[in-house]
Design a protein around this ligand. Structure first.
Ligand code: DUC
Ligand code: ZN
Ligand code: ZN
Length: 477
């Protein structure tokens, strides 16, 4: 906890000698923090309850991860590895100060009920701030006509729909109905774009041929299934005249669909994730069930897909880089090693942890290797998330009046990624053994230090849920 001196210092805390980067600028100055907010940017700022000298370090806006799954119902006999305490703790260890988890509506459930249930899970548990997106699985008249507009007005202006998965997939007609509500309420639809029938057809065929190992998960969800669905999703959004966020884009063909739509002037936003930069389908090809550790959808692809995702990040096709943190324990019958998963890849829980690894991977592979600059890093990992989803300028930047949500990065630090560093509820990381240059050595939420030098200093329950405004689109869009 940051203490205020009894002699009434001007600031609760001063971060001294920082090299600060925002999405647009790099500058050096001190940051004065008072009552959880940035009160001053200036030289030789005076009196403070506490001073942190950060000479030689980067001072960046805390990461905002707009694609995270926590404590999400995931099917019979399956338990997600993170609750809100462990998920937000892990987020903080990875330099994040806000995350946006999904609140899943189950079939037959009222959306309101789903939201209340998520609040009950999160309240009093969080180390960093959170704000929920909704997942619409059952777009009844009641949901579309009443619940959704009311929830948008209450601060939940973004919702995800799926084109695949039993119990989640919506028909094109249903997606159009959801988009009509988005248009009317000026909210943002996020879409999981994979062709359901292609996947079902290929999965059945693979199983009939006895191809049941985890690596066939990737075979069952080929690039064409993602490309086709991406094209269709964009067409539905064009017809509906709504902006659309295509989440977790994994490859060049889908990325090119998005680029073409953007060039036409459509408001198509897109996201990619670390698994599409540093993993490939070969990772699913481990001995025994080891490949299950990498089962996620869309699956990691190949070297050219990785290159395409980098190009999309460099050229602005992707405005956000998120983790798609969706953790299951590996060595656990309620996780990746659920008994029926041995009978087919179809039953292996779908998703991988990554909320703490996201920023170090992009910092190291992106900034330190010269693929992107520090301003792009900040935009892709923090500012654009805050702008698109309606948290800016309170979150996502370093400016007077903003929340003091700050991550201090040591560019000299080297780490080899391993699960114990990441502090989530899983028992492995798919990024094990990757060496990263640069590390977040301090994470602060609204002026409270949550993690410092690898030690948890925050208080469970300090993180709070943030109702959101309607999103602001980044200037490029
Ligand atoms: N989609 C996600 O967004 N996360 C995990 C699994 C999935 O299919
Ligand atoms: Zn998805
Ligand atoms: Zn996801």
């Amino acid at each position: 906890m940051v203490r205020r001196s009894l002699l009434m210092s001007a600031y609760d805390l001063v971060i001294r000698n920082g090299r600060i980067a925002t999405a647009s600028d790099v500058f050096s100055c001190d940051i004065g923090i008072r009552d959880g907010r940035i009160a001053a940017l200036g030289e030789a700022l005076g009196d403070a309850g506490e001073v942190i000298d950060v000479t030689g370090k980067w001072v960046l806006p805390g990461g905002v991860d707009s694609h995270v799954h926590i404590a999400q119902p995931s099917g019979e006999g399956i338990v997600m590895a993170d609750d809100f305490a462990s998920g937000t703790r892990s987020a903080a260890f990875g330099g994040n100060t806000t995350i946006l988890p999904f609140c899943l509506q189950q079939k037959g459930q009222s959306l309101r009920e789903a939201v209340s249930a998520y609040h009950a899970k999160a309240d009093g548990q969080c180390y960093v701030d959170v704000s929920f997106h909704l997942i619409i699985s059952d777009p009844t008249e009641q949901v579309l006509g009443q619940e959704l507009p009311a929830l948008v007005a209450d601060g939940y202006p973004s919702f995800k729909v799926f084109m695949t998965y039993e119990g989640l997939a919506l028909t094109d007609r249903q997606i159009l109905e959801v988009m009509a509500v988005a248009r009317q309420t000026r909210s943002l639809v996020m879409i999981h774009a994979e062709n359901y029938d292609m996947i079902r057809f290929l999965t059945d065929k693979l199983e009939q041929e006895g191809n049941i190992a985890p690596r066939f998960h990737a075979t069952s969800r080929p690039i064409i299934a993602e490309r086709e669905a991406t094209h269709r999703a964009i067409s539905l959004a064009e017809l509906s005249e709504v902006p659309l966020m295509v989440v977790h884009v994994s490859n060049r063909e889908a990325m090119e669909e998005i680029r073409r739509a953007q060039a036409k002037g459509l408001k198509i936003l897109a996201e990619t994730c670390p698994q599409y930069l540093v993993l490939t389908a070969d990772d699913l090809d481990g001995l025994n069930m080891e490949g299950a550790k990498y089962v996620c959808s869309p699956p990691p692809r190949d070297a050219d897909s990785q290159l395409a995702c980098w190009e999309g990040l460099q050229q602005g096709v992707f405005s956000v880089f998120s983790s798609d943190h969706c953790p299951f324990r590996y060595d656990d019958p309620q996780g990746k090693l659920i008994p029926r998963g041995r009978t087919s890849f179809r039953w292996v829980p779908n998703g991988i942890p990554g909320v703490a690894a996201r920023l170090p991977i992009l910092f190291s592979e992106g900034v330190m290797k010269g693929r992107i600059d520090i301003n792009q890093f900040v935009a892709l990992t923090s500012t654009n998330h805050a702008k698109i989803y309606g948290l800016y300028p309170r979150k996502g930047t370093i400016a007077v009046g903003a929340d003091a949500d700050i991550a201090i990065w040591d560019p000299e630090a080297r780490q080899i990624l391993t699960h114990s560093l990441l502090q989530d509820g899983a028992d492995y990381t798919p990024y094990e053994g990757i060496e990263v240059a640069g590390w977040p050595v301090l994470t602060m939420v609204r002026g409270q230090i949550v993690v410092r030098d690898g030690q948890l200093q925050g208080t469970k329950g300090f993180g709070t849920h943030l109702p959101r405004e309607l999103g602001v689109k980044p200037p490029a869009l």
